[in-house]
Design a protein around this ligand. Sequence first.
Ligand SMILES: C[S@@+](CC[C@H](N)C(=O)[O-])C[C@H]1O[C@@H](n2cnc3c(N)ncnc32)[C@H](O)[C@@H]1O
Length: 294
Amino acid sequence: MLKIQNKTIQFIFASPPYHNTRMYSDYTSYGRYLKKMFSILKQCNRILEDGRFIIINVSPVITKRPGQEFESVRYPIHFDFHKILEKADFYFIDEIIWIKPEYTVPNRIAGYLQTGMPLPYKPNCVPESLLVYRKKTPFLLDENIKCYSRMLANAVEDTDTSNCWYISPKTDKDHPAVFPEKLCEKVLKYYSFSGDVVLDPFAGSGTFGRVAKKMKRIPVLCEANDKYIKNWKKKIMMTFEKEIIDNAVSKLIRGDDYRDEVVNAINVSFLDFAVDFFKKIVTAKIKENNADLA
Ligand SMILES: C[S@@+](CC[C@H](N)C(=O)[O-])C[C@H]1O[C@@H](n2cnc3c(N)ncnc32)[C@H](O)[C@@H]1O
């Protein structure tokens, strides 16, 4: 993120690690975790255009207790994110609640249902927060809006009129916590315009990038884990093929020249993927063994 120039991003959507809940985080304390998140938010503020939005997807987490004799600790991450977002020069706009079907979330209520005893009541947690903040800026939102043509307005049918969005979570064999595409579609629709440069600083599976590209935004993705970045390249290759096939076939049916579809679809990511792919094949050929293309 340090390489991104000041004020070049028009929208940021991020789901940071929820403290130590997954194997990709290993913070020695909750304080250190918040300090790291704050330093990333400061960078987000630097690169975001004045007056534009950042949305952080978080929810409270519970840490595993070392034994029955200990109390487990539950961190209200969303409250603490409010503090570090303000400190990083953003201000609060909205909280949108993403609500998941109850059968998709861990069961916490079973213990209470066995005894009915008050106090250890632990309801199943179906919501996650989408914290909507704006970069502190000495002008109104109208200044941002007037940079765009009215032609870029959304159709208002199917607008989410309340701040509760009911969306099923998504599972992925390659990543433990992926955004559902629908969630990415909604935030992109309401908080960015076609042609905007949009960032996911914790990109994981790269879902946000793929949806952004489909919605004609220019995605920028950051991710600490090389394994996930390699997976994007494989998926980009797959969408590349699908896009080409769909568009080329429809042009072919119409009797149009379809070759520019192929040429236009070749981008830096594709070239990067192709170079890596052929390098592995050539290396395998030289060593006379099988190529590892995973
Ligand atoms: C909750 S997941 C986000 C998943 C993503 N929203 C998706 O749709 O797949 C958090 C991601 O942040 C990555 N990560 C953790 N610390 C990071 C850091 N300091 N910089 C960049 N990425 C980081 C993790 O490897 C993980 O993939």
